[in-house]
Design a protein around this ligand. Structure first.
Ligand code: B4P
Length: 191
């Protein structure tokens, strides 16, 4: 299986480039952010819990997220591989993913680390906020999310470096040019 973690700070283009990955490699896709927003829009209990964290720019607790991934993998059926978009965001989530995938006799083939400077992230997310309707796309919450990324999420990259699967991708430039680098990285890990 070709399992890909698409990694990077908020607004680095994880969702955007996942769309391109799905088309090129015919993979299943799981975005924890999208799943949480779906729970919020359908007014579930989980959605209410998620909203209370997301509105402050905080991460949703690990046990909730890991439970979502577990049940997704349980239902996934026969696929060529999975794109994990916005997950893992903590080392505990990365460790849990490793164990879950091992139970299916598979592992993460590549972790694509999208590198984008903070001022560009802020510009993109403020711009997205004009149309997204997302309650976390405002300056104050974006600052909190960038801080959470530095403290809680960045260490995940060291986890994947130790696993020997991390690849840095320059995440600034045209979406197509960035995807060309992404495809080269995936192809070189998928020989
Ligand atoms: P996510 O939904 O994962 O969203 P994101 O990090 O904001 O966005 P992404 O990187 O996908 O950016 P996009 O492609 O849209 O997370 C939201 C929240 O959910 C988190 O803060 C957290 O609270 C919670 N959550 C989710 N997963 C969790 C987990 N595992 N554990 C705990 N909590 C979790 O790109 C952004 C914008 O840039 C778009 O408008 C796009 O058009 C633009 N863009 C993309 N590429 C560009 C380029 N090359 N040039 C110019 N603009 C570009």
């Amino acid at each position: 299986m070709l399992n890909i973690v698409i990694f990077g700070p908020p607004g680095s283009g994880k969702g955007t480039q996942s769309e391109n990955l799905i088309k090129k490699y015919n993979l299943a896709h799981i975005s924890t952010g999208d799943l949480l927003r779906k729970e919020i829009s359908t007014n579930t209990q989980l959605g209410a819990l998620a909203k209370s964290h997301m509105d402050k720019g905080e991460l949703v607790p690990d046990d909730v997220i890991i439970g979502m991934i577990d049940s997704y993998l349980d239902r996934m059926g026969n696929v060529n591989g999975v794109i994990f978009d916005g997950f893992p965001r903590t080392v505990a989530q990365a460790q849990a993913l490793k164990e879950l995938l091992a139970s299916y006799k598979t592992s993460v083939a590549v972790c694509l680390n999208l590198e984008v400077p903070n001022d560009e992230l802020m510009t993109r997310l403020i711009e997205r906020g004009k149309t997204s309707g997302r309650s976390d796309d405002n300056e104050e919450t974006i600052k909190a999310r960038l801080d959470v990324y530095d403290k809680q999420t960045k260490p995940v990259l060291d986890f994947y470096k130790k696993e020997g699967v991390a690849v840095n991708i320059k995440g600034v430039g045209s979406i197509d040019a960035i995807f060309a680098d992404i495809a080269d990285a995936v192809d070189s890990k998928n020989k």
